[in-house]
Design a protein around this ligand. Structure first.
Ligand code: ZN
Length: 308
């Protein structure tokens, strides 16, 4: 599953390769990939045709492309979460990309052979010779068109209005995050994975940041001090930046391979995936515990469990 750095790689690829291009033709090859657009494939294709893509944006693992033009007034209720109002001048539109477990956005030459799991193809009204393809082996992902939150500077799609900013966002509010941690009767790893508090921190990055912070994943957040929160956020940011630095090397090729093959997993992680291997700080064997249908990796010496 793509995590924030992988999604950022995709975003940069889109920014570089499709920003400003106008959609000329939409081909939906698998209905599941547009299932969040309840009016169906024909409607989806008709709505998107003529739209001009803006600069791709990201919040946490959510990725969207604001669009202009087209015929937004007849837009249908996508995703069924909130009824869409008829757009007026204060409303914008955005294409939300759900990468799911295996979704990829590829910019390919027109004559490149179709990928086996090609689901959606967008052709552009220009002569750059490339098209945008949504490829998804497991079809958990897809594209959908949404209204944006009125007045939102990021043109955030309304269906993800509840998603918090991620810690690399310059507008992320550290003090508000700390206050929310204290208020919330929760434990630290749950808080890190709560997308309404902080977005973009997946299981791997949480385990790595907790190891660096010497915090057990079940540590209650109610007693966190400001310095402890600041230290934790610092480690979360360091882990993400390190992953970004590695992941960010793959997009700068002739045809964007914007899938997040970031290579981060080949790097030496400190905790995640290292069960029974020695802690790089103290030599104690790293442990793995089941946690909310996933696993938590930690050093039992450096990251003492809280007293019951
Ligand atoms: Zn240790």
């Amino acid at each position: 599953m793509p995590e924030l750095p992988e999604v950022e790689v995709v975003r940069r690829g889109l920014e570089r390769w499709v920003d400003g291009r106008t959609i000329d033709e939409v081909e939906v090859r698998h209905p599941r990939a547009i299932r969040r657009h309840t009016a169906g494939a024909e409607d989806f294709a008709a709505r998107l045709t003529g739209l001009r893509l803006g600069t791709a944006r990201r919040r946490g693992k959510y990725l969207w492309i604001p669009v202009t033009g087209g015929t937004p007034a007849a837009q249908t209720a996508a995703e069924g979460i909130a009824p869409l109002v008829t757009p007026d001048v204060t409303h914008g539109l955005a294409i939300l990309a759900h990468l799911g477990m295996s979704g990829q956005l590829l910019v390919q030459p027109h004559d490149a052979p179709d990928e086996k799991h090609l689901r959606i193809r967008l052709r552009f009204a220009d002569d750059l010779g490339t098209e945008l393809r949504f490829v998804d082996q497991r079809t958990f992902g897809g594209l959908s068109l949404h209204d944006t939150v009125p007045g939102d500077p990021d043109q955030l799609p309304d269906v993800i209005a509840h998603i918090a900013r991620d810690p690399l966002d310059p507008a992320f509010d550290d003090a508000a995050f700390h206050d929310a941690l204290r208020r919330r009767r929760t434990t630290v790893k749950r808080a890190l994975l709560d997308q309404t508090l902080i977005s973009g921190v997946g299981n791997i990055y949480a385990d790595e940041a907790l190891w660096r912070s010497k915090l057990h994943y079940e540590r209650p957040t109610a007693t966190f001090t400001r310095p402890r929160t600041a230290e934790l956020l610092g480690h979360v940011r360091d882990v993400m930046r390190a992953a970004l630095a590695v992941g960010g090397t793959s997009f700068d090729s002739l045809y964007v391979n914007v899938n997040g093959e970031s290579g981060y997993f080949e790097r030496s992680l400190d905790a995640y995936g290292r069960e029974d291997e020695p802690c790089r700080r103290c030599g104690t064997a790293i442990r793995r515990r089941p946690w909310m249908n996933r696993s938590s990796y930690f050093c039992p010496r450096c990251q003492r469990p809280p007293r019951p």
